[in-house]
Design a protein around this ligand. Sequence first.
Ligand SMILES: [Zn+2]
Ligand SMILES: [Zn+2]
Length: 390
Amino acid sequence: MNIFSMVVTFENLHEVRRLCHWGPIIALSVISICSTMAIFDSIIWYWPLDTTGGSINFIMLINWTVLILYNYFNAMFVGPGYIPLDWKPGNQHHTQYLQYCKVCHGYKAPRSHHCRKCNRCVMKMDHHCPWINNCCGHLNHAYFTSFLLLAPLGCSHAAIIFIMTMYTQLYDRISFGWSTVKINMSAARQFQPLIPFSVPAFAATLFALGLALGTTIAVGMLFFIQMKVIIRNKTSIESWIEEKAKDRIQHYQTGEEFIFPYDLGSCWLNFKQVFTWTGMPKGDGLEWPVHPKCHQHTLTIEQLKQKADKRVRSVQYQAVEDYNGACCPLSKGLQTFFRTPCTEEPRIPLSKGETILATRGTKWWMYGDKMLSEKSAKILCLFLNYFGMM
Ligand SMILES: [Zn+2]
Ligand SMILES: [Zn+2]
């Protein structure tokens, strides 16, 4: 086997399709525009390369771009790590504590969840991120979070260059408001700009500045959210499960004490689970270090209890009108159209008279599954039988 085929396997090539999505296309466009404009502004309009400040500035800009892209592509292509198809725990006895995934034909390992977009069970799933068109989970958590830190840092640097460039093109020298602090721009003026600072150049710099500032704020906020996830060792999904656990215990007054099992008790210990010198997180994504009062299946047993509780608490409804499953159903009137929830969860088409088992409800929308009538269930069985799927 030659080196090329060792590095580029079919699976890697298959992963390239992740780029063909609005998320990566927009993210990479923003990175390209900000980097290119910052580098061009630095070379052509601002500090020339032969000053120390200019060289450091230039090297730093290239560095940001390389580091941002390195972490971005690793977050995308290394991926979160998937639970192997047909996976079973080593001890057969433990299957009773785990949920079964019908799509992956295997058990869901602790901390894993099935992602509908990736169509696989994802190790320590946090969320599916449209910007990397992949899930954020066990294996790519460090790359993803590093990207969230580096992008605002790089964009802030670029934003300073854009502001300085526009400022120095409009004024001969910069004064910060007091006479002693002045930056002499005569070095910059010695060089004839290769491209005159025309209106389009000004507009392009202003546009890039908008992108850079927007990215700094939006991605910076995401960085703080992910850091909270890491130092508590609790994913967004697990926070939700913990919330529901407390609700369940309160509702049934069971007197249980719920301890979140994966928080190791110290921010530093939790941090070291994700960030290591090798770049790969600790653990195999199937078994996890847990709190001394907990065991491997503390959370999965809680999830099973919540699932059973959901079945008990669900309510049956009957459809009184047909609905085609459209995302924003205009035919149902303006009120329905405007109150449609902002989620990507699929809508279920309904025919009049069909039964729905609702497990969750907001004021205007219900979440649940359609119950198959006996007749349609039989037809489905016949269909699956016919195609040899049962
Ligand atoms: Zn699955
Ligand atoms: Zn996913």
